[in-house]
Design a protein around this ligand. Structure first.
Ligand code: CUA
Length: 238
């Protein structure tokens, strides 16, 4: 019993240390940070549980392998109360952690009225069989084909829709995924943190050239974005 307590105690200590540590290294966007951070937190719960359950299983199989005269287990009220409370605490933690991420405006939550990180850049992403038409409705409504350019450290709101069938807007590295439905505009928001070019693609099977529905999201500095914007606007005015 003492050994078991010791093992459970060290397992619990490892979980607490793991959860309080910085969950993930720098992430390319606010959405990716939330999603990957939650993934790491849940792993810190799942790994010890797996080790505990498999450990007990292996121990039991080895210890009782030659037992020809098994005796039934007696009721152990303390043990039953313990595992009921432990399960409740674990599920409560998982629930609170998950809903915290889901309710965030950078994942699936409603946009907050006050946005501390500035006026969002709005990108309209329209899917069709088989391609994308990206445009900037609040900056002259010019189109950029399959290329999205956004500044870093500023919120971006993607308005996602479709001209024909159901498609999916998916940029996995940035933690972005949203359905593109005809006659409906779905929004998704993030704040990009790192400059770079990120691959996006259609995530809903939509016909023979589904696999060709690529697009790119290029995250650049605010100055570079302003320069690019001026260029696009003067080009579309001509
Ligand atoms: Cu569009 Cu798959």
């Amino acid at each position: 019993m003492r050994k078991t307590r010791l093992a459970l105690g060290s397992l619990l200590a490892a979980v607490v240390v793991g959860l309080s540590a910085d969950p993930v290294a720098a992430q390319p966007s606010a959405s990716a940070e939330l999603i990957n951070g939650l993934n790491v937190k849940l792993l810190w719960i799942a790994i010890p549980i797996t080790l505990l359950v498999e450990g007990i299983l292996i121990y039991t199989v080895v210890k009782f392998r030659n037992n020809d005269d098994p005796s039934p287990t007696k009721e152990n009220r303390r043990l039953e109360i313990t595992w009921t409370i432990a399960t409740a605490v674990i599920l409560l933690f998982v629930g609170v952690a998950s809903y915290g991420v889901l309710a965030d405006q950078n994942v699936a939550g409603p946009p907050q009225a006050e946005d501390a990180s500035g006026e969002p850049v709005v990108v309209h992403a329209e899917a069709f069989q088989w391609g994308w038409e990206m445009s900037y409705p609040e900056a002259g409504n010019f189109s950029t084909g399959t290329e999205i350019v956004v500044p870093k450290d500023r919120p971006v709101v993607f308005e996602i829709t479709s001209r024909d069938v159901i498609h999916g807007f998916h940029a996995p590295q940035l933690g972005l995924k949203q359905d593109a439905l005809p006659n409906q505009v779905n929004t998704i928001r993030t704040v990009p943190y790192e400059e770079g070019t990120y691959q996006g693609y259609c995530s809903e099977y939509c016909g023979v050239s589904h696999s060709q529905m690529y697009f790119t999201i290029e995250v650049v500095s605010q100055e570079e974005y302003q320069g690019w914007l001026d260029e696009q606007q003067s080009a579309s005015e001509e």
